[in-house]
Design a protein around this ligand. Structure first.
Ligand SMILES: Cc1ncc(C[n+]2csc(CCOP(=O)(O)OP(=O)(O)O)c2C)c(N)n1
Ligand SMILES: [Mg+2]
Length: 388
């Protein structure tokens, strides 16, 4: 593999449970070593190992997509603060995981996501203005205004709608993967979820079943340090969340989630592993949620600002930009031109989405039953009469 394995301490080295004890005679010394973290670029964007074979144009696309996600987040949070959208979930700092993993997928693969994967959705083809229509719940929303804001999805993009209950997408993805295999499709299912979701019963059910069935599914665990206000260290004693894979009998790998080249490389290999019939894989992406959980919480109540300082130096976009500039693929002028283009792209998307009417009331009867029962037809007719 064209990556370097670096060792990062977990901060538990002084833990009293590590002091010499007779029980240690039975313990595997290898397991006492913190799980290594796969990295390609250091914090200055300098390769610490050979870069993966990604064409220059693709590298630029990866960079552009990360920037678009960040701008989208900023624009949506601003709209929420102006009272123009009700709710939004930004993913500041987590752009590399979304974009690097999406890059590893084929268009026919299925995605079972959470609510923080707007970048993956856009890269998959979900038009930004349609995403905004979903956030607004208007008549052009592919989900007809029936979901919480930011709980987007559409069969045409093979992107299932994010479920609000944390972790439910995990067993759903396993079921989806088994269905793909039964149908003889060459596709895999992937699921995105957080550190918080890795503490749920659904994670246990999903990974157990996936491993036993050797389902073609890849688990993308985004360890962003927080489940709303609960830090990862207060919900799990494992050194690495990827270590959990051992107990289920599948490979688990921890990746620097702010290093897009590491994300691309390991995600591509994991997807290939699952596609070739070798079974499921758990990837843990180490990252940090740089913003609030959502526009509905006050992050300063539970997270000291100093905690973000080391993460600012690991910013996935800045780091990759340094790498591209170092290779002569990007410049200050290119950045300026692209930023202006992205601003205009989102201005237009917002303008278009905000000009759509609300969903027509009679559409509430659509898509619920394969064959709509007579009494709902009657009610639908009544709604239509009222509108005349
Ligand atoms: C079953 C369930 N419990 C609690 C919640 C409230 N809740 C919404 S998001 C969230 C945190 C999830 O954290 P994580 O899985 O790490 O994902 P992140 O938000 O960090 O991306 C919680 C507790 C919920 N939606 N569903
Ligand atoms: Mg989290």
């Amino acid at each position: 593999m064209e990556t370097t394995i670096v060792s990062q301490g977990s901060g538990r080295e002084q833990d009293p449970s590590r002091l010499e004890h007779p029980l240690h005679r039975y313990l595997d010394p290898v397991r006492a070593v913190p799980h290594p973290v796969v990295q390609v670029l250091d914090e200055q964007g300098i390769p610490v190992g050979p870069a993966p074979p990604i064409a220059a144009d693709d590298l630029l696309q990866l960079y552009r997509w990360m920037v678009r996600v960040r701008v989208f987040d900023t624009r949506m949070v601003n709209l929420q603060r102006q009272g123009r959208v009700a709710f939004f979930v930004p993913s500041w700092g987590e752009e590399a995981v979304q974009i690097g993993t999406a890059h590893a997928l084929e268009p026919h693969d299925w995605i079972f996501s959470a609510y923080r994967e707007q970048g993956t959705a856009m890269m998959r083809g979900y038009p930004p203005w349609k995403l905004i229509c979903q956030i607004l719940g208007n008549g052009e929303d592919l989900l007809k205004g029936r979901q919480m804001p930011d709980h987007f999805g559409a069969a045409e993009y093979r992107f299932t709608v994010a479920s609000s209950p944390v972790g439910t997408q995990i067993p759903q993805a396993v079921g989806g993967a088994l269905a793909l295999r039964l149908r003889g499709e060459p596709s895999v299912a992937v699921t995105y979820f957080g550190d918080g979701a890795s503490s749920t019963g659904d994670f246990h059910a999903g990974l157990t079943f996936a491993a036993v069935q050797q389902a073609p599914v890849v688990f993308f665990c985004k360890n962003n340090g927080w489940a709303i206000s609960l830090p990862t260290a207060r919900q799990c004693r494992a050194e690495r969340l990827a270590d959990k894979a051992i107990g289920y009998g599948l490979p688990g790998i921890t990746v620097d989630g702010n290093d897009i080249l590491a994300v691309c490389t390991v995600a591509r290999d994991a997807v290939d592993w699952a596609r070739s019939g070798r079974g499921p894989v758990l990837l843990e992406f180490l990252t940090q949620r740089m913003g609030p959980h959502s526009t509905a919480d006050d992050v300063t109540r539970y997270r000291p600002n100093e905690l973000l300082e080391p993460w600012k130096k690991r910013d996935p976009i800045h780091r990759f930009r340094l790498y591209l500039e170092g290779r002569g693929l990007w410049s200050v002028a290119a950045e300026q031109e692209f930023r202006a283009e992205v601003d205009e792209w989102f201005n237009e998307a917002i303008r278009r989405a905000e000009h759509q009417p609300p969903p027509a009331p009679e559409t509430m009867f659509d898509d619920v039953y394969a064959v709509t029962p007579w009494h709902l037809h009657e009610q639908q007719d009544e709604v239509l009469q009222c509108r005349k």
